[in-house]
Ligand binder design. Structure first.
Ligand code: ADP
Ligand code: MG
Length: 376
């Protein structure tokens, strides 16, 4: 354990935090201009930061190898930075690309967002750096503007073609609520999610697996969606109403039909979930989660044996509903459970994993937390 002072030999100008997220429903919709409904996790990436005026970016992570990575801000180019340092470097690059005259910094990072678990540790890291720079350089950018900078950083500098959900969730979520976000125009609304008041808990099950397919498959699925939209003469699949789904499917090649079916039914599930939450029927979310999982498993085909087992076992053990969350091929499963059933559901999944010969999953209950903020 180090701190800013012991690594950089001076006091930081301030401290910032940005959360990871779990998406209630609306998976693989954010690159189809669709709806999503994420909540921020209590788990955050935290940054202690001090500006430098010599053009150097010096980076230390408590989750890194103990060294300080030193980069020249003026030399930052996509592809030139390896390892975890590319995420914070990407944000500085993206800010400069957007015309903001920001320079170097000493950056000390510590995060308890599980990495590679589909809980967006990468967006948390980007967003905490973006928020710190916004404050330290008095850029005056809004939370959605910072999210777009962070997304551009991940797309163009890190090289991951992600949609905008993760960064918007990390920047814009509010404590006690889910973020109902339209990823086309970024219009958003906080939907109250008083789990405790309804005797409910959100159980997150990190399967601790990530299959190699993930990156290539994501790009392929995204391209498939774009092709389907083009064939249907639509700007994006978001523009296909559920009522016209069946006739639209008839006009598509067989391999694209299940993709379109998932994206369109998933968009409808988000809208239905929001209506239920607005009506105070939080338990009604359960069957929507389970239907969402079936759609990801059978139509979009991004689940895997571990996430299928976790979701099915959670429901068998008494969860009101469960689904994989995140891009797929591993990562985490989200289950909606009644207060008293939390331990039994978590234990049932752990037992099922042992019996299947899988490593034990990591389980925790998530309360909807706040978005990126200054903490000191
Ligand atoms: P996810 O965003 O689902 O956690 P990603 O593969 O997108 O998975 O991002 C994980 C990567 O983000 C890690 O491999 C690491 O490079 C970087 N990262 C996240 N948090 C930290 C941290 N605290 N310190 C260093 N690197 C981190
Ligand atoms: Mg990520």
């Amino acid at each position: 354990m180090t701190d800013f002072q012991s690594v950089f030999g001076a006091a930081p100008a301030g401290g910032w935090a940005a959360p990871g997220r779990v998406n209630l429903i609306g998976e693989h919709t954010d690159y189809n201009d669709g709806f999503v409904l994420p909540v921020a996790l209590p788990h955050t990436a935290r940054a202690a930061v001090r500006r430098r005026d010599d053009g150097l970016l010096r980076l230390h992570s408590e989750q890194g190898d103990g060294t300080v990575t030193e980069l020249g801000v003026a030399e930052l180019t996509p592809g030139a930075v390896d390892g975890w340092a590319k995420y914070p470097a990407a944000v500085v690059w993206a800010l400069r690309e957007a015309g903001h005259e920001v320079g170097g910094a000493d950056l000390w990072i510590d995060s308890d967002v599980p990495t590679g678990a589909g809980l967006s540790s990468s967006a948390a890291l980007e967003c905490v750096v973006a928020t710190a720079y916004n404050d330290l350089h008095e850029l005056g950018l809004t939370a959605p503007e910072l999210a777009l900078i962070a997304q551009r950083a991940e797309n163009a500098f890190v090289g991951v073609p992600c949609g905008v959900m993760d960064q918007m969730a990390s920047m814009c979520c509010a404590e006690g609520g889910a973020l109902f976000l339209d990823t086309r125009d970024l219009s958003q609304r906080q939907v109250p999610l008083d789990l405790a008041g309804h005797g409910l808990r959100l159980l997150v099950i990190d399967t601790r697996v990530k299959h190699d397919l993930a990156d290539g498959a994501y790009a392929e699925l995204r391209a498939g969606c774009e092709r389907a939209a083009e064939l249907l003469g639509l700007r994006a699949l978001r523009d296909l109403p559920a009522a016209r789904l069946e006739t639209a499917l008839d006009r598509l090649p067989a391999e694209l039909r299940p993709l379109v079916r998932h994206v369109v039914t998933e968009g409808a599930r988000v809208e239905r979930a929001v209506a239920l939450l607005d009506a105070g029927d939080l338990a009604g979310l359960g069957p929507i989660l389970t239907a969402g999982h079936a759609s990801l498993r059978d139509d979009y085909r991004v689940s895997c044996p571990e996430t299928d087992l976790a979701a099915a076992t959670a429901v068998q053990a008494g969860a009101l509903g469960a689904r994989m969350t995140g891009g797929g091929f591993g990562g985490s499963v989200l289950a909606l459970v009644e207060d008293g059933a939390l331990d039994q559901v978590a234990a049932a999944v752990t037992t099922a994993f042992t019996e299947a010969g899988y490593a034990a999953p990591r389980t925790f209950a998530a309360t909807p937390a706040a978005g990126a903020r200054r903490i000191s």
